[in-house]
Ligand binder design. Structure first.
Ligand SMILES: [Zn+2]
Length: 133
């Protein structure tokens, strides 16, 4: 796990990659997710209490090798939660198969401002196939 680093992905890159079965999108916004919609198929792990839920997250993304974190702007919460996961994996002895940890540039707000599809379902987690977008 040594040397793992966080890279950035743009909205247009994510738009073309997000249907890949090995990618998980992790939304770490807090209450805003309820009001502002979300990227379809994204998981929700609020930044508040994120550390306590890391093992649950790792379990939920079994089989995925790429995790893309975002918050509203991806300036504070998104990168810091991504960093917490990197640290956790570096300290953990188990190989969970996560190879890439990324942060979505400009976050959800940038995604929405660029006119990319926003899902407003109330499912937790979002069930992509049932979403209009
Ligand atoms: Zn949804």
């Amino acid at each position: 796990m040594a040397g793992r680093s966080i890279s950035y992905i743009t909205g247009s890159q994510l738009l073309s990659l997000r249907r890949q079965p090995t990618i998980a999108i992790v939304d770490v916004r807090d209450d805003e997710r309820t009001h502002d919609g979300h990227i379809s198929g994204s998981l929700h792990y609020a930044s508040d209490g994120f550390t306590d839920n890391i093992s649950k997250l790792i379990h939920e993304v079994k089989g995925k090798d790429t995790l893309v974190f975002h918050c509203a702007l991806s300036q504070v919460r998104g990168p810091s939660c991504a960093r917490k996961l990197v640290n956790y994996l570096e300290n953990s002895k188990e190989d969970v198969g996560i190879k890439n940890i990324m942060v979505l540039e400009r976050g959800f707000n940038g995604w929405e401002a660029s006119g990319r599809p926003v899902c407003r379902c109330k499912n937790v987690p979002c069930k992509e196939s049932e979403c209009a977008s």
